[in-house]
Design a protein around this ligand. Structure first.
Ligand SMILES: *Cc1c(COP(=O)(O)O)cnc(C)c1O
Length: 217
């Protein structure tokens, strides 16, 4: 498997300003090490336990992104080292991340996950929930988290127009959120199958797994 070559090919096809998150969930550490040896430093995992084990065993200058759904009671295991939490979808979770960040004397960067897909199985805030969260008094008081942007996942479909519509919608919400949070700069959207469309629609961070490491079981 040509992990380094896959990364190179993707990097050559995207603007320099877009961050590539190598999604290494379920993959063995030797695969991550190969990506690392090729220069990759940002990795995405969707299970806290698995991510923590990899963090313990792999080089310490890796930036670990939690891209999956986060259970409140597991935040404490990653609070020491996680670099960005993509899937924040409630104030309750944000408060727990804040609490654990404080214990570790850190400020943890977070993205709010917005529900843009047709399927209701995908997590995320709807437009009203997003606005309520951003404007809540509690949110304003959290000192140990920093919301740096939004994240979303498009519907799993062949319909490219639908995917584009959903990404456009997320970009609109991103721009609106800037009215409350003028400094947000990260829009995490796009996976192996749809990252080109996502970049055309304003993505600044893509999360690529299978196109780098091969299909997962
Ligand atoms: C698994 C996963 C990805 C990567 O998916 P690929 O199609 O393998 O690129 C991206 N984002 C999230 C949230 C994921 O869970």
């Amino acid at each position: 498997m040509a992990i380094k070559e896959n990364i190179e090919e993707i990097l050559n096809s995207i603007p320099k300003s877009v961050t590539l998150v190598a999604v290494s969930k379920t993959k063995p550490e030797k695969d991550l090490q190969q990506a690392y040896d090729g220069g990759q430093r940002v990795f995405g995992e969707n299970k806290i336990q698995e991510m923590t084990q990899k963090w313990e065993n792999l080089p310490k200058d890796i930036q670990w992104h939690m891209i999956g759904h986060v259970q409140t009671n597991k935040v404490k295991y990653m609070a020491e080292y996680v670099s960005l939490v993509h899937g924040v979808d409630s104030l309750k979770l944000l408060k727990e991340i804040n609490k654990q960040a404080k214990k570790n004397s850190r400020i943890i960067d977070c993205l709010l996950q917005v529900h843009i897909a047709e399927e209701d199985t995908k997590f995320g805030l709807d437009e009203t929930e997003l606005n309520d969260l951003l404007n809540s008094e509690t949110f304003g008081k959290l000192q140990n988290i920093k919301v740096v942007g939004l994240m979303g996942m498009a519907t799993f479909t062949e319909d490219k127009n639908q995917i584009r519509r959903e990404f456009k919608h997320l970009k609109t919400q991103f721009n609106r959120s800037k009215e409350t949070l003028p400094n947000i700069d990260t829009l995490s959207m796009g996976m192996s199958g749809d990252y080109q469309i996502a970049i055309e629609e304003g993505s600044t961070m893509i999360r690529i797994g299978s196109s780098i490491f091969g299909e997962r079981n």
